[in-house]
Design a protein around this ligand. Structure first.
Ligand code: GH3
Ligand code: MG
Ligand code: MG
Length: 358
């Protein structure tokens, strides 16, 4: 039931700027099989037009074959291309073989209607050009319905060309609009995840992409809060602009030492506090040690941070090797307690706590 629901419900994919072409191709093949079976039976038993019934059965068989092929290989590009070829073949052969009444003319417009949705614009243009040449050539020599003279040929070719032109224009402007829209969406998504000052991930990223990622949070992890020591006094002494520079520098070092974008993430929690999640990492502790060392090596002058007189950071870290439940508020509280302890013991150090111990 779900399968049929999905089959008729085309979602627009804003990232690829297209309908789900695979789904559309599957739908087109089902539609083809249904229509051609009905028509083949009709032509065979009632109209006794065996030639047409044979062509219809042939394309019906092709559609079934490509669906079976896709079912086993899951090759979408082949499915989409072959579906276009089948529709191309049916449209032309069907048009040539059916009795030439005016109703036949309406089928001419079917292929141009779907070709740009199934293919990209360049490929669609190639198909449609070939289609136009074959169809107008046929009409030129054989005519259609009551249009058998030169004026008839011009009428039909002009109507078809105009129709194709409008469909093409529509599809082109639709794609351009969605290209713009998806660019804006990407930018917005980035803005919503990244802290502007430090270019680190922000709290929203933490909440949305880490804490809700079941695969990640089931792994062993190290979580830490980093806080710059006596930073208020730094601002008071050297000014906020210098303070911002220090924030950016320390953020960069932390990112460099820890982040790998697949299972280690660094973010700005707010103010001069940074967080980090390191999942599944044997040497998570070493990463933290390297980070705190590098901040010391930088030796940014900070006269109001005795006894070091340079900028230093304190870190509260929580380590968890195995766990059955992941309670972030508890983890955060524990890291905060560890940080408080680091501050109390003289700052410029890391205090570790064990999550499984509580
Ligand atoms: P402690 O060693 O106990 O952490 O002392 P502290 O002075 O660092 O702690 P406190 O939390 O009292 O001060 C944090 C300061 O961080 C306050 C504020 O001036 C500064 N701060 C917060 N956000 C920013 C920012 O975006 N830019 C700058 N320049 N300063 C910031
Ligand atoms: Mg603070
Ligand atoms: Mg501080």
């Amino acid at each position: 039931m779900d399968f049929f629901k999905k089959l008729f419900y085309f979602k627009f994919n804003t990232k690829e700027l297209s309908f789900d072409k695979t789904q559309l191709s599957i739908f087109a093949n089902f539609f083809t099989i249904f229509i051609l079976t009905v028509f083949a039976l009709l032509n065979f038993f009632i109209r006794q037009n065996y030639q047409l019934a044979l062509v219809e059965s042939f394309f019906c068989f092709l559609s079934i074959a490509i669906l079976v092929y896709y079912f086993f290989t899951k090759r979408s590009t082949t499915l989409i291309f072959t579906t276009t070829l089948i529709l191309f073949g049916i449209s032309i052969l069907y048009f040539i073989l059916i009795p030439k009444n005016l109703f036949a003319g309406s089928w001419l417009f079917f292929f141009p209607f779907v070709v740009f949705f199934l293919n990209n614009l360049e490929q669609g243009r190639m198909f449609i050009l070939l289609y136009l040449v074959v169809i107008s050539g046929y009409i030129y020599f054989y005519g259609i319905g009551t249009f058998t003279d030169a004026a008839g040929f011009l009428n039909i070719t002009f109507a078809l060309t105009l129709f194709i032109f409008f469909i093409y224009q529509f599809e082109q402007s639709r794609r351009k609009a969605y290209e713009k829209l998806s660019m804006v969406m990407q930018k917005l998504e980035q803005l919503s995840m990244i802290d502007e000052l430090t270019q680190l991930y922000n709290r929203h990223f933490l909440n949305k992409h880490i804490l809700q990622n079941k695969d990640l949070i089931s792994k062993p992890f190290l979580f830490c809060i980093t806080d710059i020591d006596n930073f208020k006094l730094y601002n008071d002494t050297y000014g906020h602009q210098k303070g911002d520079e220090v924030l950016r520098t320390i953020a960069d070092i932390k990112k460099l030492c820890i982040e790998n974008k697949s299972d280690s993430f660094v973010f700005r929690l707010g103010g001069e506090e940074f967080g980090a999640f390191i999942f599944n990492e044997q040497n998570a502790k070493e990463k933290l040690e390297t980070f705190i060392q590098k901040v010391r090596y930088l030796a940014i002058e900070h006269k109001e941070n005795p006894p070091y007189n340079i900028c230093t950071v304190s870190i509260g870290a929580v380590i968890c090797k195995e766990h059955s439940s992941f309670d972030f508020s508890k983890i955060y509280q524990l890291a905060d307690e560890a940080l408080y302890e680091a501050k109390k013991r003289g700052k410029n150090q890391i205090i570790y706590k064990d999550y499984t111990a509580i």
